[in-house]
Design a protein around this ligand. Sequence first.
Ligand code: XIL
Length: 388
Amino acid sequence: MAAILPAGCHKHAVGTALRGGAPTLVEMTGPRSLRAHAAAHHLLVGCAVAPEHLDGEPQYAKTVADQASIVVPENSMKWAALRPTPDRFDFRGADDVVVFALTHDQKIRGHNLCWHEALPAWFEAAVNRDNASRVLTEHIRIVAGRYAGKIHSWDVVNEAVDPKSGRPDGLRQSPWLELIGPEYIELAFRAAREADPAALLTYNDYAIELDTPEQIEKRGQVMMLVRRLRARGVPINAVGVQSHLSAGETPGAGLQHFVRELRAIGLQVFITEMDVNDRSVTGDVADRDAAVAHIYRDYLTMMLAEPNVTAALTWGITDRYTWLNLPKYARADGKPQRPLPFDADYNPTPAFFAERDAIDSRRVATSAVPSDSYAPFRPGAGPRIEEE
Ligand code: XIL
């Protein structure tokens, strides 16, 4: 691992930010960081990270260390990253993230154990109806077992609902559904609980934030899935609301109701992958940043008012590495997206201040917040992480 705090770095760094048009020096680390503000409100805050930047770019590592009390590997715990061949695991990237987080007193989300995407190239030829259940449970046993005791929450199953499938249960036509049947979800949660008794087990999905007809339908199907799992005694502790939003969208009362329904059945909610796509905004950078910050402020203020919303993560920390610059999501004018709390030069954007203000707006009774969600991490509970 590279040195985390480069020599000469001030403990409470200041950065420049455009507020009201003029650049001003602002404090954003130490007691002014997102993580410090979140800690004061019984909340975990953080971002997705990539091991190659943690290791190779001191400014990236410093920003993550300064701001996040919880991190999640953006890609390095996915099947495609961990499983180069059917019988070999490569944990180097995932281990780097875990070691970084433990070194910086950060919690870790595991992402993910079962998804229809990011499957390795060998998957299709090697996995069939006869062996799929075994392949899935073994993967979970080995991966969740390796990090047992070190993970705050696992995304056990990711994106299993798709209203377009036309199925009455709303389940997506994924390889797992086709090979195992609908019970693959239950199988995955039970295997995860067995491998890591301490992690909060999460179902994670997207396009369930808005009150559009499509998203209302999908949100309802996710709720049905969660209720079915609960009724069968499946160990599930939380729902992840990915929160890939776009400028101009207004998430509303439907999501708030969903969060409260989950609270009523004892589940936590994590904002797992927030970012704001600004491709619909045509103005200059200030206009775009204002539109993005507006969503951060409104969305997080609404969500963080709910006591069972206990963690908020953005999908990356700096615009420099946002996945929203992939061609599929890119802006029509070719300009880079600005969806995250820090711009490509690590200056805080208006979204940073909006996020921090929204954290400060959280007024929840301590007794109403699930106590396992923000308690300090106790290292040493799981097996030691060996170097490959
Ligand atoms: C994305 C990553 O950010 C990209 O780098 C990768 O190319 C594709 O996957 N929902 C999820 C995440 O659960 O795992 C996805 O991450 C974004 C959508």
